[in-house]
Ligand binder design. Structure first.
Ligand code: GAL
Length: 395
């Protein structure tokens, strides 16, 4: 049961007496974890910064370059500060920050709300102010705050522990984005908006497309499993405290082009942060073009900040999923996914889509098909290939 103090704090935060952080659109960038785990170094980061700029990904919006676990030394230094592994990062974090900023990008770092992080590097528990001040002095712009090392620190709720870091970042003297990572544990959709600008709604993604049918509380979540979890959670999606569906696996593993497009379409229209998890130096041309799709990115970064919702009445379990959501300027985005194993002709009745009317004439943009059709009324019929998602924007 929640303590009275905790309930009062939440109430004060909700009425705005204590300001929470805000981020108007989901953050976009690159993170080292999915591909490199802890095996990255200064040259990996510099090459990635170069490539984010030269491939056009930076201009498409991917501006945060985030070092995940593995940047640190196993011990704090003699003054108690976290320190980089100087074999991997000889110029230290300020050197990386200078390089990354020189490319017009922003630098992200990783720590943990526990005593240790998942790999037993020092977490920030009990050292939040020192760590936040250290990151600020190094020129860091973003913190991914993980939730491992909890066997001591779990005597306090993640809300309490993350809040200490929120306050430390606020007084650090630098604007540092705060991305929480607690795998959807303890219902973060009810409280994470008070302590961070995004929070993970699920265990770690893996580069597998199909629904495994298993829950994945910590790791091993496929693309379709995470999408299924969002059926319940999209209602909680909120401007400035984004439910993070985890890093993109586009360009990793063996997903087909259609599967990668489906992955990107759902992350974009559900307003997840878009954080590339691939080795950018090895990205195939088609994966790169998925990641750079301007119309999908515009859906993600739309000023309404509203996630689409699952429409069970129009969907058939394990065969087709229909989702829809509001966009700015009165537009509506509709996603139609073929989850079955044959090409399907799917009929979508517009009267059953919130925001659309049966009698109105619409212009419909097929985003991946790169074509627009005018004067659509009543019903749309779409042919959807296996694993394909049609993304239709109605105006
Ligand atoms: C997990 C987190 C991953 C990665 C990993 C590092 O808790 O979900 O995204 O950061 O820790 O060990």
């Amino acid at each position: 049961m929640r303590s009275l103090a905790h309930t009062v704090t939440l109430a004060l935060l909700r009425v705005g007496l204590v300001h929470s952080l805000s981020a108007q659109t989901p953050q976009m960038g690159w993170n080292s974890w999915n591909t490199f785990k802890t095996n990255f170094d200064q040259s990996t980061l510099q090459t990635t910064a170069d490539l984010l700029a030269s491939t056009g990904l930076k201009d498409a919006g991917y501006t945060y370059l985030i070092m995940d676990e593995g940047w640190q030394d196993l011990e704090r230094d003699s003054s108690g500060r976290q320190q980089p592994n100087l074999t991997k990062l000889p110029d230290g974090v300020p050197g990386i920050a200078k390089y990354v900023h020189g490319k017009g990008l922003k630098l992200g770092i990783y720590s943990d709300a526990g005593i240790y992080d998942c790999g037993f590097y020092p977490g920030s528990y009990g050292n939040e102010e020192l760590d936040a001040a250290t990151y600020a002095s190094w020129g860091v712009d973003y913190l991914k705050d993980d939730n491992c090392g909890g066997f001591y620190a779990n005597t306090e709720s993640p809300y309490t522990r993350f809040a200490v870091m929120r306050d430390a970042l606020k007084t650090s003297g630098r604007e540092i984005f705060c991305s929480l990572c607690q795998w959807g544990h303890q219902f973060p959709w009810y409280w994470a908006d008070l302590v961070g600008q995004s929070y993970r709604m699920s265990g770690d993604i893996t580069s597998i497309y199909s629904d495994t049918g298993k829950d994945c509380p910590v790791t091993g979540c496929s693309v379709l499993t995470i999408i299924r979890k969002m059926r319940e959670l999209s209602r909680f999606q909120k401007k400035g405290a984004w439910a993070d569906m985890d890093m993109l696996e586009i360009g990793n593993g063996n997903m087909t082009l259609r599967q990668q497009q489906t992955h990107f379409s759902f992350w974009a229209a559900l307003k997840s942060p878009l954080i590339i998890g691939a080795d950018v130096s090895k990205l195939a041309a088609d994966s790169l073009s998925v990641l750079k799709n301007e119309e999908m990115i515009a859906v993600n970064q739309d000023s309404e900040g509203e996630a689409m919702h699952y429409l069970p009445e129009l969907s058939v379990e394990k065969q087709s999923q229909v989702w829809a959501g509001a966009l700015s300027r009165g537009r509506t985005v509709v996603l139609v996914l073929n989850e079955g194993n044959v090409t399907s002709a799917i009929e979508v009745e517009l009267a059953k889509i919130p925001g659309l009317n049966a009698w109105k004439l619409y212009q419909v943009r097929d985003v991946w098909g790169v074509k627009s059709v005018r004067n659509i009324k009543g019903v749309v019929n779409v042919t959807v290939e296996v694993d394909e998602t049609k993304v239709l924007v109605f105006s």
